[in-house]
Design a protein around this ligand. Sequence first.
Ligand SMILES: *Cc1c(COP(=O)(O)O)cnc(C)c1O
Ligand code: SF4
Length: 354
Amino acid sequence: MRNRVTSLEALEQVVQLTAEERAAWEPASQRFRMAITPYYVQLMDATDPDCPIRRQAIPTLAELTVSPGEMRDPLDEEGHLIAPALTHRYPDRALLYTTHNCAMYCRFCTRKRKVSDPTSATSHSDIKNALETIRQTPAIQDVIISGGDALSLSTERLGEILRALNDIPHVTVARIGTRNLVTLPQRVDPELCVMLRAMQTRNLAVYLMTHFNHVRECTEDAWSACDAISDTGTPIQNQMVLLRSVNDSTEAVIALNRQLLRMRVKPYYILQADLTEGIGHFRTPLETGLSIMEGLRGHVSGLAVPQFVVDLPGGAGKVPLVPEYRQKTEGDGTLFRNYQGRSVMYPGCFEAGA
Ligand SMILES: *Cc1c(COP(=O)(O)O)cnc(C)c1O
Ligand code: SF4
């Protein structure tokens, strides 16, 4: 963390920047801070500006353009706060902001409005207050420990939060939201693993939600970090964000998801990029995600098929988008097409003995 690349000079020592990237650095990093771990820098192709790792980490001029429909807080997370650090949008789960820090700042971050901004830091009393609110809200069963990046917290601090959740009878699931497995796998040390192992109890099941976007992020170090987490009994789920020129093809998603399965990471969601300001250059048409889903279902292991979801503006929630496999109905029957495009009649439902 201390050796992160945070200046233009440091960045130029490790990658050959284009004139555009050089021009973008000042204004774009003013808007959303740049910080890249040495580990993540080393995954970049130093000479290819289209490198999928570079595109996620290095500021570009396009970030200064606000496209129609984009918003500071597209999911209205602020509007759904029930305590200063707690967004409650769905009945049985809530999202807890524990920190504004991340190991690396992703250029497409949905929470740019507060991530990396020291004025939005969550205080100890905010977290205490949020935990008390959860205690008084019996409907909340599942708590997402988010940020920023929950592994920016010390292991001790994260352990305290998990212990507090463990002590609330109606909370049965906690999810740790982190990209450290991708951007700083060295964060997964024996101390963290001992704590996670101890926090898996009959009162609370702890899951880890991570964010791999490209198969090039699945390094030996990342694999070892995932193994160490899985060996504590903590299941890992992946939430990929669909990004133009990073992972917006069936081939890219298949390569990623197959490798994730080998690393015992379950592909959980493919998220349509949110309507956050300044990320229009990353956003793909809905058809791109749908076509990727068609390319997965039936063609690869069902374990490698996540759900493609759009998080609707205003906090209306996530909805899945599924390709239509029903072609038409004929009487009681339904004509389907299968994954190969072949039409097959499903005769419908008949009562036994009728
Ligand atoms: C995404 C999200 C959740 C979790 O949704 P799941 O579909 O259960 O994974 C919960 N709260 C908020 C505010 C969210 O954005
Ligand atoms: S790790 Fe998550 S919260 Fe942090 S910058 Fe990346 S997308 Fe945003």
